[in-house]
Design a protein around this ligand. Structure first.
Ligand code: SF4
Length: 388
């Protein structure tokens, strides 16, 4: 089993962000104390429920501290949370323990060393860009040199895996400037790069600027060039693609996210955290106060029962994001759904257009297909393929 810990604090709100997080404010230190108290209670309560449901305690293979900006919490608080998880459930000897963080909160000398010694072994850093203008446009509070410093500090602190997150497709960006960004990151020799195409989230300042014509996004041909040439550059540097937006050196795939894409159970704690346990999905309120009040009252989080049709759709969506692809026999065995029975002709069309390949019973999107994966998936999952 995997554990996700949501830490809902950020230095300030980035201009493109729609994740649940609260920017630092004068009472943030009390808010953090409230958060830490509630998460201890939630963990104790969830462990007791898990023991009732599962009997034998599950072995933890990965923990991901995400957010938000988990690296904003004091190191002692992060270590205390990790120790709390370890005290309650058995951890695999090689458990992957990821800390997500932003460069400006990672460059305090000595801090990363303390965290590495306490057991954090993977750092996922939100760089987003190596260009000052892009960082200002995104509302990020760090500078490119902070990324360089943080990567060096993480290496010397002993973090086994260091990953860097970037966003491409920004207003004013060209394929050439994007490749420069990637080269600047590759010079730091990361073990992992997540390169996400910009998604404009309605209501964010960046989306409003684009809607009002104050900023212009790159056109489709440029976006396609960015994705294809950027992926090829990463692979030339030994970072092999394993998912639409993720590239890793051999042995450095993010096990936690891989587990998510391949349908492993995970337990989420913290506001906005989601858990998937078998056929049930539990979602915590995306609000620190409502979540903390619910924990104190032992109110069950919102529960969704996942029926066979939902499980089949999710398996198709998640597996087709990966380069390993979707095994149609496994899909049929797990869900009773035969994808080719309803969509055989569409799959053939995808293969003819170079957007997918069907080798034996494994369906994969090509890189061209990954570029338009949203369109392909919405067509693939159209009714009447699966009936609820
Ligand atoms: S640091 Fe991340 S979670 Fe926080 S506001 Fe920026 S994008 Fe959102």
């Amino acid at each position: 089993m995997q554990i996700y810990v949501h830490v809902p604090f950020c230095r300030s709100k980035c201009r493109y962000c729609a994740f649940y997080s609260e920017p630092l404010r004068p009472d943030s230190s009390e808010r953090m104390t409230r958060y830490l108290t509630a998460i201890r209670e939630e963990w104790a309560w969830k462990c007791a429920r898990l023991a009732e449901l599962q009997g034998t305690p599950p072995v933890i293979t990965s923990v991901f501290f995400g957010g938000g900006t988990p690296s904003l919490l004091p190191a002692e608080a992060l270590i205390e949370l990790l120790d709390m998880l370890r005290a309650a459930l058995p951890f695999a000897a090689d458990a992957e323990i990821t800390l997500e963080g932003n460069p400006e909160s990672l460059i305090t000398p000595g801090r990363l060393g303390v965290l590495a010694r306490a057991g954090f072994n993977r750092l996922s850093m939100g760089a987003q860009s190596m260009d000052r203008n892009d960082l200002a446009l995104l509302g990020r509070v760090h500078q490119p040199e902070d990324v360089r410093t943080a990567v060096h500090l993480a290496r010397s602190a002993g973090f086994g895996h260091v990953g860097v997150d970037l966003i491409w497709g920004l207003p004013g960006q060209t394929a050439r400037t994007w490749l420069h960004q990637l080269e600047a990151v590759l010079a730091l020799e990361p073990d992992h790069v997540s390169a996400y195409g910009l998604t404009l989230e309605p209501g964010t300042p960046l989306a409003m600027d684009v809607e009002a014509g104050r900023l212009t996004l790159p056109g489709e041909a440029t976006l396609s060039d960015m994705y294809l040439s950027g992926s090829a550059l990463l692979e030339r540097h030994g970072l092999m693609q394993y998912e639409i937006s993720n590239f890793a050196r051999p042995g450095a795939v993010c096990r936690h996210n891989w587990g998510y894409w391949t349908g492993k159970d995970y337990l989420g704690i913290g506001p906005a955290a989601v858990s998937t346990l078998g056929h049930r999905r539990l979602s915590n309120p995306a609000d620190l106060d409502r979540w903390a009040a619910g924990v104190a009252a032992h109110t069950e989080p919102e529960v969704e029962e996942l029926d066979a049709a939902v499980l089949a759709e999710e398996r198709i969506m998640l597996r087709l994001r990966t380069c390993a692809g979707l095994n149609l026999d496994d899909l049929a065995a797990a869900t009773g759904q035969d994808l080719l029975a309803g969509q055989g002709r569409f799959v053939q069309d995808l293969a003819r257009a170079g957007l997918a390949s069907l080798e034996g019973r494994v369906l994969r999107l090509t890189r061209q297909g990954m570029l338009v994966s949203n369109d392909i998936l919405s067509r693939l999952l159209e009714p009447p393929v699966f009936c609820h």
